[in-house]
Design a binder for this molecule. Sequence first.
Ligand SMILES: Cc1cc2nc3c(=O)[nH]c(=O)nc-3n(C[C@H](O)[C@H](O)[C@H](O)COP(=O)(O)OP(=O)(O)OC[C@H]3O[C@@H](n4cnc5c(N)ncnc54)[C@H](O)[C@@H]3O)c2cc1C
Length: 478
Amino acid sequence: MKRVVFWFRRDLRLSDNVGLHEAGRAAEAVVPVFVFDTRILSREDIGGPCVAFMLECLDSLSKNLEAIGSRLIFRHGDPLVEIPKLVRETGAEAVFWNRDYEPDAIARDRAMEERGKAQGFETRHFKDTVFHEAGELRTGAGRPYVVFTPYARAWRGRPKEPIRPAFKKPCPGVGKIASWPRPSLQKLGFSSRAETPRGGEKIARGMLRRFMAGAVGSYGERRDYPAIDGTSRLSPHLRFGTISGRTVFWSAEKARAEAKPSERDDIDTFVGELIWREFYFQILAEFPHVARGAFRSEYDALGWENDARLFAAWRDGRTGYPIVDAAMRQLNQTGWMHNRLRMIVAMFLTKDLLCDWRWGEGYFMRALCDGDMSANNGGWQWSAGTGTDAAPYFRIFAPVSQSQKFDHGGDFIRRFVPELAGLSADEIHAPWQTVPTRLKSLGYPEPIVDHKDRRLRALKMYKAAKSVSAQLRGSIPR
Ligand SMILES: Cc1cc2nc3c(=O)[nH]c(=O)nc-3n(C[C@H](O)[C@H](O)[C@H](O)COP(=O)(O)OP(=O)(O)OC[C@H]3O[C@@H](n4cnc5c(N)ncnc54)[C@H](O)[C@@H]3O)c2cc1C
Protein backbone atom coordinates (compact mmCIF):
# COMPACT_ATOMS: atom_id res chain seq x y z
CA MET A 1 0.00 0.00 0.00
CA LYS A 2 1.15 3.52 -0.66
CA ARG A 3 -0.56 5.38 2.18
CA VAL A 4 -2.30 4.33 5.36
CA VAL A 5 -3.96 6.59 7.91
CA PHE A 6 -3.11 5.61 11.48
CA TRP A 7 -5.77 6.77 13.91
CA PHE A 8 -4.33 7.41 17.41
CA ARG A 9 -6.78 7.10 20.31
CA ARG A 10 -5.63 5.72 23.67
CA ASP A 11 -2.18 4.69 22.42
CA LEU A 12 -0.25 7.98 22.25
CA ARG A 13 3.22 6.57 21.58
CA LEU A 14 5.61 5.48 18.86
CA SER A 15 7.25 2.65 20.77
CA ASP A 16 5.61 -0.77 20.96
CA ASN A 17 2.42 0.37 19.26
CA VAL A 18 0.99 -2.66 17.43
CA GLY A 19 -1.32 -0.89 14.98
CA LEU A 20 1.21 1.80 14.15
CA HIS A 21 3.93 -0.79 13.66
CA GLU A 22 1.65 -2.77 11.32
CA ALA A 23 0.77 0.40 9.41
CA GLY A 24 4.48 1.05 8.95
CA ARG A 25 4.97 -2.47 7.62
CA ALA A 26 2.00 -2.30 5.27
CA ALA A 27 2.48 1.13 3.70
CA GLU A 28 5.12 3.34 2.16
CA ALA A 29 3.82 6.29 4.21
CA VAL A 30 1.69 6.52 7.32
CA VAL A 31 -0.49 9.57 8.00
CA PRO A 32 -0.86 9.89 11.79
CA VAL A 33 -4.08 11.52 12.98
CA PHE A 34 -5.77 12.32 16.25
CA VAL A 35 -9.41 13.42 16.21
CA PHE A 36 -10.78 15.56 19.02
CA ASP A 37 -14.03 13.64 19.07
CA THR A 38 -16.82 16.09 19.90
CA ARG A 39 -19.10 13.29 21.07
CA ILE A 40 -16.54 12.09 23.62
CA LEU A 41 -15.61 15.61 24.70
CA SER A 42 -19.23 16.44 25.45
CA ARG A 43 -19.75 13.35 27.60
CA GLU A 44 -20.50 14.04 31.25
CA ASP A 45 -17.82 11.68 32.48
CA ILE A 46 -14.96 13.49 30.77
CA GLY A 47 -13.17 16.01 32.95
CA GLY A 48 -10.44 18.65 32.80
CA PRO A 49 -7.61 16.65 34.45
CA CYS A 50 -7.89 13.81 31.93
CA VAL A 51 -8.04 16.16 28.97
CA ALA A 52 -5.16 18.28 30.33
CA PHE A 53 -2.98 15.20 30.69
CA MET A 54 -3.98 13.98 27.23
CA LEU A 55 -3.03 17.33 25.65
CA GLU A 56 0.46 17.04 27.17
CA CYS A 57 0.77 13.55 25.78
CA LEU A 58 -0.34 14.78 22.35
CA ASP A 59 2.29 17.54 22.44
CA SER A 60 4.94 15.00 23.18
CA LEU A 61 3.66 12.65 20.46
CA SER A 62 3.69 15.54 17.96
CA LYS A 63 7.32 16.32 18.77
CA ASN A 64 8.32 12.68 18.51
CA LEU A 65 6.64 12.38 15.12
CA GLU A 66 8.32 15.55 13.89
CA ALA A 67 11.68 14.16 14.98
CA ILE A 68 11.25 11.23 12.56
CA GLY A 69 10.06 13.41 9.65
CA SER A 70 6.34 13.05 10.18
CA ARG A 71 3.64 15.11 11.88
CA LEU A 72 0.52 14.54 13.94
CA ILE A 73 -2.56 15.74 12.07
CA PHE A 74 -5.32 17.06 14.33
CA ARG A 75 -8.94 17.01 13.35
CA HIS A 76 -11.99 18.06 15.33
CA GLY A 77 -15.51 16.67 15.08
CA ASP A 78 -16.99 13.26 14.41
CA PRO A 79 -14.31 10.70 13.50
CA LEU A 80 -16.83 8.97 11.25
CA VAL A 81 -16.77 12.13 9.14
CA GLU A 82 -13.22 13.37 9.74
CA ILE A 83 -11.33 10.13 9.09
CA PRO A 84 -13.01 9.32 5.74
CA LYS A 85 -12.41 12.98 4.77
CA LEU A 86 -8.70 12.60 5.55
CA VAL A 87 -8.62 9.37 3.57
CA ARG A 88 -10.03 11.21 0.53
CA GLU A 89 -7.67 14.17 0.95
CA THR A 90 -4.55 12.04 1.22
CA GLY A 91 -5.50 9.27 -1.19
CA ALA A 92 -4.88 6.71 1.57
CA GLU A 93 -5.98 3.16 0.93
CA ALA A 94 -6.62 2.10 4.49
CA VAL A 95 -7.17 3.18 8.07
CA PHE A 96 -5.49 1.29 10.92
CA TRP A 97 -6.19 1.58 14.64
CA ASN A 98 -5.83 -0.24 17.92
CA ARG A 99 -8.95 -1.67 19.54
CA ASP A 100 -10.75 -0.06 22.48
CA TYR A 101 -13.22 -1.93 24.70
CA GLU A 102 -15.68 0.73 25.83
CA PRO A 103 -19.19 0.07 24.50
CA ASP A 104 -19.39 3.41 22.63
CA ALA A 105 -15.95 2.93 21.13
CA ILE A 106 -16.86 -0.55 19.91
CA ALA A 107 -20.00 0.83 18.24
CA ARG A 108 -18.05 3.72 16.69
CA ASP A 109 -15.35 1.40 15.36
CA ARG A 110 -17.95 -0.88 13.79
CA ALA A 111 -19.48 2.16 12.12
CA MET A 112 -16.02 3.11 10.82
CA GLU A 113 -15.65 -0.33 9.27
CA GLU A 114 -19.00 0.22 7.54
CA ARG A 115 -17.85 3.63 6.27
CA GLY A 116 -14.72 1.97 4.91
CA LYS A 117 -16.78 -0.61 3.04
CA ALA A 118 -19.12 2.03 1.67
CA GLN A 119 -16.37 4.44 0.64
CA GLY A 120 -13.85 1.92 -0.59
CA PHE A 121 -11.06 2.08 1.97
CA GLU A 122 -9.76 -0.80 3.98
CA THR A 123 -9.96 -0.83 7.79
CA ARG A 124 -7.70 -2.92 10.04
CA HIS A 125 -7.65 -2.97 13.79
CA PHE A 126 -5.31 -4.57 16.29
CA LYS A 127 -5.04 -5.80 19.83
CA ASP A 128 -2.68 -3.43 21.59
CA THR A 129 -4.08 -2.31 24.93
CA VAL A 130 -3.99 -5.77 26.52
CA PHE A 131 -2.20 -9.09 26.16
CA HIS A 132 -5.44 -11.07 26.20
CA GLU A 133 -8.70 -9.57 25.11
CA ALA A 134 -12.27 -10.70 25.76
CA GLY A 135 -12.91 -14.16 24.40
CA GLU A 136 -9.29 -15.31 24.57
CA LEU A 137 -9.34 -16.56 28.15
CA ARG A 138 -12.33 -18.74 29.05
CA THR A 139 -13.29 -20.98 31.95
CA GLY A 140 -13.43 -24.76 31.48
CA ALA A 141 -17.14 -24.28 30.71
CA GLY A 142 -16.28 -21.85 27.92
CA ARG A 143 -17.57 -18.79 29.78
CA PRO A 144 -15.87 -15.48 30.51
CA TYR A 145 -14.11 -15.32 33.84
CA VAL A 146 -15.94 -13.30 36.47
CA VAL A 147 -13.67 -14.17 39.38
CA PHE A 148 -10.21 -12.68 39.43
CA THR A 149 -8.04 -15.48 40.88
CA PRO A 150 -8.76 -18.14 38.24
CA TYR A 151 -8.62 -15.43 35.56
CA ALA A 152 -5.17 -14.40 36.80
CA ARG A 153 -4.02 -18.02 36.80
CA ALA A 154 -5.15 -18.45 33.20
CA TRP A 155 -3.60 -15.08 32.25
CA ARG A 156 -0.23 -16.00 33.75
CA GLY A 157 -0.30 -19.39 32.05
CA ARG A 158 -0.50 -18.01 28.50
CA PRO A 159 2.53 -17.06 26.38
CA LYS A 160 3.07 -13.32 26.13
CA GLU A 161 3.65 -11.28 23.01
CA PRO A 162 6.98 -9.50 22.63
CA ILE A 163 7.48 -5.76 22.33
CA ARG A 164 7.34 -4.23 18.82
CA PRO A 165 10.14 -1.99 17.57
CA ALA A 166 9.62 1.77 17.76
CA PHE A 167 7.93 3.37 14.74
CA LYS A 168 10.39 5.45 12.68
CA LYS A 169 8.81 5.96 9.27
CA PRO A 170 8.84 9.51 7.90
CA CYS A 171 5.77 10.71 6.00
CA PRO A 172 6.83 12.74 2.95
CA GLY A 173 4.42 15.58 2.14
CA VAL A 174 2.67 15.44 5.52
CA GLY A 175 3.31 19.18 5.97
CA LYS A 176 0.76 19.89 3.23
CA ILE A 177 -2.09 18.04 4.95
CA ALA A 178 -4.60 20.33 6.65
CA SER A 179 -4.52 20.12 10.43
CA TRP A 180 -6.51 21.81 13.16
CA PRO A 181 -4.18 23.76 15.47
CA ARG A 182 -3.60 21.94 18.76
CA PRO A 183 -6.40 23.38 20.92
CA SER A 184 -6.00 24.65 24.45
CA LEU A 185 -7.85 23.05 27.35
CA GLN A 186 -10.15 26.08 27.50
CA LYS A 187 -10.88 25.95 23.78
CA LEU A 188 -12.08 22.38 24.27
CA GLY A 189 -14.43 23.65 26.97
CA PHE A 190 -12.54 22.35 30.02
CA SER A 191 -10.65 23.70 32.96
CA SER A 192 -8.62 21.96 35.62
CA ARG A 193 -7.64 23.10 39.08
CA ALA A 194 -5.56 19.97 39.55
CA GLU A 195 -1.81 20.00 39.04
CA THR A 196 -1.83 16.95 36.80
CA PRO A 197 1.36 14.95 36.22
CA ARG A 198 3.53 15.44 33.17
CA GLY A 199 2.64 13.45 30.07
CA GLY A 200 4.55 11.85 27.20
CA GLU A 201 6.52 8.74 26.36
CA LYS A 202 9.86 9.88 27.68
CA ILE A 203 8.39 10.75 31.07
CA ALA A 204 6.59 7.39 31.25
CA ARG A 205 9.74 5.45 30.40
CA GLY A 206 11.72 7.36 33.03
CA MET A 207 9.06 6.59 35.65
CA LEU A 208 9.07 2.94 34.72
CA ARG A 209 12.87 2.76 34.90
CA ARG A 210 12.95 4.35 38.34
CA PHE A 211 10.15 2.16 39.65
CA MET A 212 11.79 -1.03 38.39
CA ALA A 213 15.13 -0.01 39.86
CA GLY A 214 13.61 0.67 43.28
CA ALA A 215 10.06 0.49 44.61
CA VAL A 216 8.97 -2.63 42.72
CA GLY A 217 11.22 -4.72 44.98
CA SER A 218 9.13 -3.83 48.02
CA TYR A 219 5.82 -3.27 46.22
CA GLY A 220 3.85 -5.93 48.10
CA GLU A 221 4.86 -4.50 51.42
CA ARG A 222 4.62 -0.77 50.69
CA ARG A 223 1.92 -0.36 48.07
CA ASP A 224 -0.88 0.19 50.60
CA TYR A 225 0.60 3.22 52.33
CA PRO A 226 -0.42 6.48 50.67
CA ALA A 227 2.26 8.54 52.42
CA ILE A 228 4.95 6.45 50.70
CA ASP A 229 5.91 6.44 47.04
CA GLY A 230 5.39 2.69 46.86
CA THR A 231 3.52 2.31 43.55
CA SER A 232 4.46 3.08 39.96
CA ARG A 233 2.09 6.03 39.37
CA LEU A 234 1.92 4.87 35.77
CA SER A 235 -1.90 4.79 35.61
CA PRO A 236 -2.39 7.98 33.53
CA HIS A 237 0.32 6.75 31.15
CA LEU A 238 -1.29 3.35 30.79
CA ARG A 239 -4.64 5.09 30.35
CA PHE A 240 -3.44 7.21 27.42
CA GLY A 241 -0.93 4.69 26.17
CA THR A 242 2.27 6.72 26.50
CA ILE A 243 3.62 3.39 27.66
CA SER A 244 2.30 -0.02 26.70
CA GLY A 245 1.16 -2.69 29.15
CA ARG A 246 3.61 -4.99 27.36
CA THR A 247 6.55 -2.71 28.09
CA VAL A 248 5.59 -2.55 31.77
CA PHE A 249 5.10 -6.31 31.97
CA TRP A 250 8.39 -7.22 30.25
CA SER A 251 10.23 -4.72 32.33
CA ALA A 252 8.78 -6.38 35.47
CA GLU A 253 9.86 -9.78 34.11
CA LYS A 254 13.37 -8.48 33.62
CA ALA A 255 13.40 -7.03 37.13
CA ARG A 256 12.23 -10.40 38.47
CA ALA A 257 15.03 -12.22 36.66
CA GLU A 258 17.55 -9.89 38.28
CA ALA A 259 15.82 -9.61 41.69
CA LYS A 260 16.81 -11.10 45.01
CA PRO A 261 14.56 -14.06 45.89
CA SER A 262 12.95 -11.96 48.64
CA GLU A 263 11.76 -9.42 46.03
CA ARG A 264 10.19 -11.85 43.59
CA ASP A 265 6.83 -12.04 45.34
CA ASP A 266 6.62 -8.25 45.32
CA ILE A 267 7.17 -8.21 41.58
CA ASP A 268 4.49 -10.89 41.16
CA THR A 269 2.10 -8.76 43.20
CA PHE A 270 2.81 -5.85 40.88
CA VAL A 271 2.13 -7.99 37.80
CA GLY A 272 -1.12 -8.97 39.54
CA GLU A 273 -2.22 -5.32 39.27
CA LEU A 274 -1.53 -5.33 35.54
CA ILE A 275 -3.76 -8.40 35.40
CA TRP A 276 -6.55 -6.56 37.28
CA ARG A 277 -6.33 -3.94 34.56
CA GLU A 278 -6.89 -6.56 31.85
CA PHE A 279 -9.55 -8.34 33.93
CA TYR A 280 -11.68 -5.21 33.99
CA PHE A 281 -11.19 -4.60 30.27
CA GLN A 282 -12.57 -8.07 29.54
CA ILE A 283 -15.42 -7.58 32.02
CA LEU A 284 -16.46 -4.36 30.26
CA ALA A 285 -16.23 -5.98 26.83
CA GLU A 286 -18.09 -9.17 27.86
CA PHE A 287 -20.70 -7.50 30.10
CA PRO A 288 -21.24 -4.00 28.69
CA HIS A 289 -24.28 -3.57 30.97
CA VAL A 290 -21.81 -2.77 33.80
CA ALA A 291 -21.33 0.65 32.22
CA ARG A 292 -24.90 1.49 33.24
CA GLY A 293 -25.77 -0.68 36.22
CA ALA A 294 -24.71 -3.32 38.70
CA PHE A 295 -22.93 -6.40 37.40
CA ARG A 296 -25.21 -8.40 39.73
CA SER A 297 -28.65 -7.22 38.78
CA GLU A 298 -30.10 -7.83 42.28
CA TYR A 299 -28.18 -4.75 43.36
CA ASP A 300 -29.95 -2.52 40.89
CA ALA A 301 -32.75 -2.52 43.49
CA LEU A 302 -30.59 -0.89 46.20
CA GLY A 303 -32.50 1.91 47.90
CA TRP A 304 -29.74 4.54 47.94
CA GLU A 305 -30.51 7.60 50.05
CA ASN A 306 -28.58 9.88 47.69
CA ASP A 307 -28.37 12.92 49.97
CA ALA A 308 -26.83 15.66 47.80
CA ARG A 309 -25.50 17.50 50.85
CA LEU A 310 -23.54 14.45 52.06
CA PHE A 311 -22.26 13.85 48.53
CA ALA A 312 -21.00 17.45 48.30
CA ALA A 313 -19.14 17.08 51.62
CA TRP A 314 -17.51 13.88 50.33
CA ARG A 315 -16.60 15.50 47.00
CA ASP A 316 -15.05 18.53 48.68
CA GLY A 317 -13.13 16.64 51.38
CA ARG A 318 -15.24 18.01 54.26
CA THR A 319 -16.71 14.84 55.82
CA GLY A 320 -14.94 15.17 59.18
CA TYR A 321 -13.17 11.82 58.59
CA PRO A 322 -9.56 12.93 58.03
CA ILE A 323 -8.46 10.00 55.86
CA VAL A 324 -11.48 10.42 53.56
CA ASP A 325 -10.97 14.17 53.35
CA ALA A 326 -7.23 13.88 52.70
CA ALA A 327 -7.92 11.40 49.91
CA MET A 328 -10.58 13.56 48.24
CA ARG A 329 -8.34 16.59 48.46
CA GLN A 330 -5.48 14.62 46.90
CA LEU A 331 -7.85 13.80 44.05
CA ASN A 332 -9.04 17.40 43.65
CA GLN A 333 -5.54 18.87 43.86
CA THR A 334 -3.56 16.36 41.79
CA GLY A 335 -6.05 14.47 39.61
CA TRP A 336 -4.79 11.19 41.08
CA MET A 337 -5.52 9.14 44.19
CA HIS A 338 -3.73 6.23 45.81
CA ASN A 339 -5.45 2.84 45.34
CA ARG A 340 -6.00 2.17 49.06
CA LEU A 341 -7.67 5.54 49.35
CA ARG A 342 -9.85 4.94 46.29
CA MET A 343 -11.21 1.88 48.08
CA ILE A 344 -11.70 3.76 51.36
CA VAL A 345 -13.55 6.71 49.85
CA ALA A 346 -15.63 4.50 47.56
CA MET A 347 -16.76 2.34 50.48
CA PHE A 348 -17.41 5.48 52.52
CA LEU A 349 -19.59 7.05 49.83
CA THR A 350 -21.62 3.91 49.26
CA LYS A 351 -21.76 2.28 52.69
CA ASP A 352 -21.54 5.25 55.06
CA LEU A 353 -23.21 7.98 53.02
CA LEU A 354 -25.49 5.55 51.17
CA CYS A 355 -25.00 7.33 47.86
CA ASP A 356 -25.27 5.41 44.60
CA TRP A 357 -21.83 4.15 43.47
CA ARG A 358 -22.53 5.68 40.05
CA TRP A 359 -22.37 9.16 41.60
CA GLY A 360 -18.87 8.40 42.82
CA GLU A 361 -17.91 6.68 39.58
CA GLY A 362 -18.94 9.77 37.60
CA TYR A 363 -17.14 12.16 39.92
CA PHE A 364 -13.95 10.08 39.77
CA MET A 365 -14.07 10.06 35.97
CA ARG A 366 -14.34 13.84 35.91
CA ALA A 367 -11.63 14.41 38.54
CA LEU A 368 -9.01 11.76 37.73
CA CYS A 369 -6.28 12.18 35.15
CA ASP A 370 -6.24 8.37 34.76
CA GLY A 371 -10.04 8.04 34.56
CA ASP A 372 -10.64 4.82 32.68
CA MET A 373 -14.13 3.40 32.32
CA SER A 374 -13.10 -0.23 32.84
CA ALA A 375 -10.86 0.11 35.93
CA ASN A 376 -13.01 2.83 37.45
CA ASN A 377 -16.26 0.97 37.01
CA GLY A 378 -14.60 -2.23 38.27
CA GLY A 379 -13.17 -0.43 41.32
CA TRP A 380 -16.49 1.20 42.17
CA GLN A 381 -18.52 -1.95 41.76
CA TRP A 382 -15.93 -3.87 43.81
CA SER A 383 -16.16 -1.33 46.62
CA ALA A 384 -19.96 -1.13 46.52
CA GLY A 385 -20.21 -4.92 46.53
CA THR A 386 -22.22 -4.96 43.29
CA GLY A 387 -19.50 -6.18 40.95
CA THR A 388 -17.91 -9.35 39.63
CA ASP A 389 -15.29 -10.25 42.15
CA ALA A 390 -16.60 -7.71 44.59
CA ALA A 391 -16.03 -7.28 48.26
CA PRO A 392 -19.16 -8.86 49.80
CA TYR A 393 -21.73 -6.23 50.73
CA PHE A 394 -21.20 -6.84 54.45
CA ARG A 395 -17.50 -6.02 54.17
CA ILE A 396 -17.47 -2.39 55.25
CA PHE A 397 -14.22 -0.55 55.88
CA ALA A 398 -14.15 1.38 59.14
CA PRO A 399 -12.54 4.66 58.08
CA VAL A 400 -10.75 5.23 61.38
CA SER A 401 -9.16 1.76 61.51
CA GLN A 402 -8.16 2.07 57.86
CA SER A 403 -6.56 5.39 58.67
CA GLN A 404 -4.71 4.02 61.71
CA LYS A 405 -3.51 1.04 59.74
CA PHE A 406 -2.48 2.63 56.45
CA ASP A 407 -1.52 6.14 57.52
CA HIS A 408 -0.27 5.17 60.91
CA GLY A 409 1.76 8.29 61.64
CA GLY A 410 -0.80 10.59 59.96
CA ASP A 411 1.75 11.94 57.46
CA PHE A 412 -0.57 11.62 54.49
CA ILE A 413 -3.42 13.36 56.30
CA ARG A 414 -1.12 16.21 57.36
CA ARG A 415 -0.06 16.72 53.72
CA PHE A 416 -3.59 17.23 52.43
CA VAL A 417 -5.53 18.45 55.48
CA PRO A 418 -3.31 21.26 56.75
CA GLU A 419 -5.89 22.19 59.41
CA LEU A 420 -4.86 19.01 61.21
CA ALA A 421 -1.11 19.32 60.65
CA GLY A 422 -0.45 20.12 64.30
CA LEU A 423 -2.14 16.97 65.64
CA SER A 424 -0.14 13.99 66.86
CA ALA A 425 -0.39 10.50 65.39
CA ASP A 426 -2.69 9.51 68.24
CA GLU A 427 -4.99 12.48 67.73
CA ILE A 428 -5.22 12.79 63.98
CA HIS A 429 -7.37 9.84 62.90
CA ALA A 430 -10.52 10.69 64.88
CA PRO A 431 -10.16 14.31 66.05
CA TRP A 432 -13.83 14.54 67.12
CA GLN A 433 -12.93 12.03 69.85
CA THR A 434 -9.37 13.04 70.67
CA VAL A 435 -9.56 16.86 70.48
CA PRO A 436 -13.33 17.63 70.37
CA THR A 437 -13.00 21.11 71.82
CA ARG A 438 -10.37 22.18 69.28
CA LEU A 439 -12.25 21.22 66.12
CA LYS A 440 -13.88 24.63 65.72
CA SER A 441 -10.67 26.61 66.13
CA LEU A 442 -8.89 24.25 63.72
CA GLY A 443 -11.63 24.95 61.17
CA TYR A 444 -12.23 21.23 60.71
CA PRO A 445 -15.78 19.78 60.57
CA GLU A 446 -17.43 17.32 62.92
CA PRO A 447 -18.10 13.94 61.24
CA ILE A 448 -21.12 14.27 58.97
CA VAL A 449 -22.33 10.77 59.87
CA ASP A 450 -21.71 8.24 62.60
CA HIS A 451 -19.94 5.25 61.10
CA LYS A 452 -21.48 2.71 63.48
CA ASP A 453 -25.06 3.80 62.74
CA ARG A 454 -24.51 4.08 59.02
CA ARG A 455 -22.91 0.66 58.84
CA LEU A 456 -26.08 -0.90 60.25
CA ARG A 457 -28.22 1.15 57.88
CA ALA A 458 -26.12 0.02 54.93
CA LEU A 459 -26.45 -3.63 55.93
CA LYS A 460 -30.22 -3.20 56.10
CA MET A 461 -30.28 -1.53 52.70
CA TYR A 462 -28.27 -4.33 51.06
CA LYS A 463 -30.32 -7.07 52.73
CA ALA A 464 -33.54 -5.42 51.56
CA ALA A 465 -32.28 -5.28 47.96
CA LYS A 466 -31.34 -8.94 48.07
CA SER A 467 -34.74 -9.93 49.42
CA VAL A 468 -36.63 -7.78 46.87
CA SER A 469 -34.68 -9.49 44.17
CA ALA A 470 -35.36 -12.94 45.65
CA GLN A 471 -39.09 -12.12 45.82
CA LEU A 472 -39.09 -10.94 42.23
CA ARG A 473 -37.42 -14.14 41.15
CA GLY A 474 -39.95 -16.13 43.19
CA SER A 475 -42.88 -14.31 41.58
CA ILE A 476 -41.84 -15.06 38.01
CA PRO A 477 -44.34 -17.66 36.71
CA ARG A 478 -42.67 -20.88 35.66
C1 LIG B 1 -12.96 3.08 43.21
C2 LIG B 1 -11.77 2.86 42.32
C3 LIG B 1 -11.66 3.56 41.13
C4 LIG B 1 -10.55 3.37 40.29
N1 LIG B 1 -10.47 4.08 39.11
C5 LIG B 1 -9.42 3.86 38.27
C6 LIG B 1 -9.33 4.56 37.05
O1 LIG B 1 -10.21 5.34 36.67
N2 LIG B 1 -8.23 4.35 36.26
C7 LIG B 1 -7.24 3.46 36.63
O2 LIG B 1 -6.27 3.31 35.89
N3 LIG B 1 -7.32 2.77 37.77
C8 LIG B 1 -8.37 2.94 38.61
N4 LIG B 1 -8.43 2.25 39.79
C9 LIG B 1 -7.40 1.24 40.08
C10 LIG B 1 -6.20 1.74 40.89
O3 LIG B 1 -6.62 2.46 42.00
C11 LIG B 1 -5.23 2.59 40.07
O4 LIG B 1 -4.94 1.95 38.85
C12 LIG B 1 -3.92 2.81 40.82
O5 LIG B 1 -4.16 3.45 42.04
C13 LIG B 1 -2.99 3.64 39.98
O6 LIG B 1 -1.80 3.88 40.65
P1 LIG B 1 -0.43 3.30 40.14
O7 LIG B 1 -0.26 3.58 38.70
O8 LIG B 1 0.62 3.77 41.07
O9 LIG B 1 -0.68 1.74 40.31
P2 LIG B 1 0.31 0.52 40.53
O10 LIG B 1 0.00 -0.03 41.85
O11 LIG B 1 1.69 0.89 40.24
O12 LIG B 1 -0.22 -0.53 39.46
C14 LIG B 1 0.27 -0.57 38.11
C15 LIG B 1 -0.87 -0.43 37.13
O13 LIG B 1 -1.78 -1.51 37.26
C16 LIG B 1 -3.11 -1.06 36.99
N5 LIG B 1 -3.90 -1.26 38.20
C17 LIG B 1 -3.49 -1.20 39.48
N6 LIG B 1 -4.50 -1.49 40.31
C18 LIG B 1 -5.58 -1.73 39.55
C19 LIG B 1 -6.93 -2.08 39.83
N7 LIG B 1 -7.37 -2.27 41.06
N8 LIG B 1 -7.78 -2.21 38.79
C20 LIG B 1 -7.35 -2.05 37.52
N9 LIG B 1 -6.10 -1.73 37.21
C21 LIG B 1 -5.21 -1.57 38.19
C22 LIG B 1 -3.01 0.42 36.67
O14 LIG B 1 -2.94 0.56 35.27
C23 LIG B 1 -1.70 0.81 37.34
O15 LIG B 1 -1.09 1.93 36.78
C24 LIG B 1 -9.54 2.43 40.65
C25 LIG B 1 -9.67 1.73 41.86
C26 LIG B 1 -10.77 1.94 42.68
C27 LIG B 1 -10.88 1.17 43.97
